[in-house]
Design a protein. Structure first.
Ligand SMILES: CCCCCc1ccc(-c2ccc(S(=O)(=O)CCO)cc2)cc1CCc1ccccn1
Length: 240
């Protein structure tokens, strides 16, 4: 695997996500259900630092007819970002550090009365093999804020900081019916999605405004993205 200037940081952050994100800690009362829509459940924890809302967000979803590789690929692919992201004014891929790690600069649509935000983050995609060799690999994308010479912080824009992971497992129903997995019909696929996001909005924004934005935007964002992947893959051969 080709190494680059961010390889060590990426390895550390990815391993942290793989260690903590899939722990089923929903029965402890640290998570508050923010929204539920069918199989999608979105939770938050209330967390503030110096009066700034940092509420960690965790969502789980179960999507029929797609693989984890497909979900992660569309989430990572710069070519389709503006097709499914409804909360951005722009998205620029600044640098490809390797074939699985890109650096983005994105300008978020302004949320009145707060100042407009932008983000600069590396985005890394990889497969993670399971203990049971019969299972398909998990797939993960991590988006983690970084700095870049081509993304200077320019007033009045406020730089928000994000640490986001999308982790997907693929379940094949009636598995023993198929010798060749690539012939599995899509209705026998279920993708289990875990999405975690920790965002520092950068400068101050009223806590009640931020919490209202999170409550409205995250469920919409996840519903729109997963629907987009189902629509895009419907007629395509499955990507395992
Ligand atoms: C006053 C408003 C401040 C906005 C704060 C903010 C900034 C960035 C982010 C965010 C959201 C999703 C990602 S990602 O999943 O990696 C995909 C990248 O295209 C990275 C960052 C979130 C939020 C919080 C508000 C909010 C929530 C969901 C969607 C949009 N806005």
């Amino acid at each position: 695997v080709p190494r680059h200037r961010l390889s060590d940081e990426i390895e550390k952050i990815v391993q942290e996500h793989l260690k903590f994100d899939l722990v089923d800690d929903f029965n402890s009362n640290i998570w508050e259900l923010l929204a539920a829509d069918g199989e999608m459940k979105v939770y938050r924890r209330e967390l503030e630092e110096n009066g700034i809302v940092l509420d960690p967000l965790k969502a789980v979803h179960s999507v029929k007819g797609v693989t984890g590789h497909e979900v992660c690929k569309y989430f990572w692919d710069p070519a389709v970002r503006m097709e499914w992201e409804g909360t951005l004014d722009s998205s620029r891929m600044l640098e490809a550090l390797s074939d699985d790690t890109l650096i983005f600069n994105q300008v978020h649509k302004r949320v009145w009365p707060a100042a407009q935000r932008d983000t600069c983050f590396w985005s890394h995609i990889r497969s993670v093999s399971k203990e049971n060799k019969n299972d398909l690999d998990d797939w993960i994308v991590v988006n983690y804020s970084t700095t870049h010479d081509s993304a200077p912080i320019k007033e009045p824009m406020i730089r928000a900081w994000a640490n986001v992971a999308l982790i997907c497992s693929t379940i094949i129903l009636n598995r023993d019916k198929y010798a060749d997995l690539s012939s599995v019909p899509r209705e026998n696929l279920v993708c289990k999605i875990t999405y975690v996001a920790q965002v520092n909005p950068g400068g101050w924004a009223p806590a009640n405004v931020l919490r209202a934005v999170y409550k409205r935007e995250y469920p919409k964002f996840l519903k729109r993205f997963t629907q987009y992947v189902m629509d895009k893959t419907k007629k395509l051969p499955i990507l395992l």
